[in-house]
Design a protein around this ligand. Structure first.
Ligand SMILES: Nc1ncnc2c1ncn2[C@@H]1O[C@H](COP(=O)(O)OP(=O)(O)OP(=O)(O)O)[C@@H](O)[C@H]1O
Ligand SMILES: Nc1ncnc2c1ncn2[C@@H]1O[C@H](COP(=O)(O)OP(=O)(O)OP(=O)(O)O)[C@@H](O)[C@H]1O
Ligand SMILES: [Mg+2]
Ligand SMILES: [Mg+2]
Lengths: 254, 254
C-alpha cells in the first residue's frame, strides 16, 4: 500500500505547501501514483495545482466529521498520476468541531484506510500549528516529511515539533517516524543558510535529504499560475531540485 | 492610554514576529514607551529580544487562565522604553484550555486594562492561526497591523482574515479596525513583488503604509543574536525601513 507522509512544521512559511505540491508533481512525473491531501484551511496546496478553494457540496470537512468516503472527494489534476483532496473554507471550522468529536485524532486515519492500496504515495499538507488537524495527519501517517527553512527562527520550533511527535507516537501512532527532513529556501551566498543546514544535520542525524531546495523566484511565482514548478518552469533550478528530492524519497522507500 | 495593535496574519512566515520586534524597538528609539506581548507559543518575538522562551514561575498562560496581574510578568529589554511579556512553552496549552474557560475571548482584554495607561503602544505578536489566542488579541486591540509578504500565497488568506475581523467586530470588539498594512520581504527586482503591492493597495484602499520592508539578510540574521535590527545592524536598509515605519505609525496615531 501507499507510503503516507505528513508534511509538518508548526513554524509558518517554511515551504510546507510548496514542498507538498512540487514533490507530488515530481513523484507523478516518475510514474508514482500520488494523492495530495490538503488539510490546511488556507488551501495553498489546492490552489498550487490550480484547483478552486471555494465551497463544494461535500469536502474533506464532511469526510472527517460525518464519514463520507474520501474517494468521493478526490479530484484529478493536470499532472498524470497526481490526485488531490482539496481544502475548502469549511475546513476552518473542523479544528473546533473535532475537539468534541468521538475518536477525534483518528478520523483521518480511518477515512484513509480504504484508499491506501490505490496509491504509491499519500502526501498530507498541514497548517502551521499543532492543533487537531495536524494531530490527525500525524496519527494517519507512517512518516513525517519536515521542511525546514534555512533561517534562524526555523530552528527554534524543532524541539516542540519533536515533543508533539513523541506524544503522538506514545498515545496514537506507535509506528510514526521522521521519514526525512528537507532544507528549503537555501541561499548558498549566505553564512546563515550554511549554519542552519549544519545544525539541522546534527540534530536529525542521517535523516536530512542531500537535496537542498534553493530559493528561486520561479518557485514563488508558480502558485500564481496554479501550476507546480514542473509545469511552470520545467528546466529551472526549482524543478531540478524537487525532481532530485523525489528520487531521494523513492530510494528511501525501497 | 496606549494604542493597542495586534500583529495578525494567519498565513505563516509573512514577517509578523520580525515586524513586532523591530517596530517595537524603533518606537522605543523615538521615546515611545512600548510593551510587546508575545502570544505565539513559538516565542520568536521573545527570543528576538534575546529573552529565554523557557519555563517561568508565572507567565502569560497564568495571566490568561488564572488572572495573575500582567504587570507581574512584564520584563525589560536592552532597548530603552521597550518591555516584553514573554511567551513560554506553557502557552501552547492555552489554546485548548481556553476553549472551555468563561469569557474565553475577553481574557487578554481584561488583564490588559490596568496596563493601558502605562504605555504609548502595546504590540501583540500572534501565532499563524485564527484560534483563540489570536481571537483574544483581536478582542483586546484597537487596531490591526497586518504584515503581508510580497508573495502570491500571501494574497490568498486575506479574505479569510477579514472575515474573522468582521466576526470579532460584530460579536466582541465593535471598535476594531485595520490600523495599517505593511508590505514585507519586498524585492524590487521581481515583478511578483510589485504586482502583490499593487493588488494589496487596491484591496486595502489607503491603509497600506508607504514604507516597504525590503528582504535583507541582516533582518533574518538578527534573531540569531537575540537583537532587534536597530542593535544588530543600525545603519542598514532593514533598520532604516523599520524606523520609517515607526514614524508612519506615530503619525497615524496623532
Ligand atoms: N524554494 C523557494 N524559493 C522561493 N520561494 C519559496 C520557496 N519555497 C516557498 N516559497 C515561497 O515562500 C512562501 C512560503 O512558502 P509556503 O507557503 O509553501 O510555506 P508553508 O510552510 O506552507 O506556509 P504556511 O505555514 O502558511 O502553511 C510562499 O510565498 C512560497 O511561494
Ligand atoms: N524583511 C525581511 N528580510 C529577510 N528576512 C526576513 C524579513 N522578514 C522576516 N524575515 C525572515 O523570514 C522568516 C519569517 O519571518 P517571521 O518569523 O517574522 O514571520 P512570522 O509571520 O512571524 O512567522 P510565523 O507565521 O511562524 O509566526 C524568519 O526566518 C525571518 O527571520
Ligand atoms: Mg502551507
Ligand atoms: Mg511569528
Amino acid at each position: 500500500g501507499a507510503r503516507v507522509l505528513a508534511v509538518v512544521n508548526q513554524k509558518g512559511g517554511v515551504g510546507k505547501s510548496t514542498t507538498a505540491v512540487n514533490l507530488a508533481a515530481c513523484l507523478g512525473g516518475i510514474d508514482r501514483r500520488t494523492l495530495l491531501i490538503d488539510l490546511d484551511p488556507q488551501g495553498n496546496a489546492t490552489s498550487g495545482f490550480g484547483l478552486n478553494v471555494g465551497q463544494r457540496k461535500t469536502c474533506v470537512y464532511d469526510a472527517l466529521l460525518s464519514d463520507i468516503p474520501l474517494n468521493q472527494i478526490v479530484e484529478g489534476t493536470d499532472i498524470e498520476h497526481v490526485f488531490v483532496v482539496p481544502a475548502t473554507i469549511q475546513l476552518a471550522g473542523a479544528e473546533i468541531e473535532l475537539v468534541s468529536a468521538l475518536s477525534r485524532e483518528n478520523r483521518l486515519k480511518n477515512i484513509l484506510a480504504p484508499l491506501v492500496s490505490d496509491y504509491d504515495f499519500i502526501i498530507i499538507d498541514c497548517p502551521p500549528s499543532l492543533g487537531l488537524l495536524t494531530i490527525n495527519a500525524l496519527t494517519a501517517a507512517d512518516g513525517l516529511l519536515i521542511p525546514i527553512q534555512c533561517e534562524y527562527y526555523a530552528l527554534e520550533g524543532l524541539a516542540k515539533l519533536m515533543d508533539s511527535v513523541r506524544l503522538v507516537r506514545a498515545h496514537l501512532n506507535p509506528a510514526l517516524e521522521v521519514f526525512g527532513v528537507v532544507m528549503t529556501m537555501y541561499d548558498s551566498r549566505t553564512r546563515l543558510s550554511q549554519q542552519v543546514v549544519e545544525e539541522v544535520r546534527d540534530y536529525f542525524d542521517g535523516k536530512v535529504f542531500e537535496t537542498l531546495i534553493p530559493r528561486t523566484v520561479r518557485l514563488s511565482e508558480a502558485p500564481s499560475f496554479g501550476q507546480p514548478i514542473t509545469a511552470y518552469d520545467p528546466s529551472g533550478k526549482g524543478a531540478e531540485a524537487y525532481r532530485s528530492l523525489a528520487n531521494e524519497v523513492v530510494l528511501r522507500v525501497d
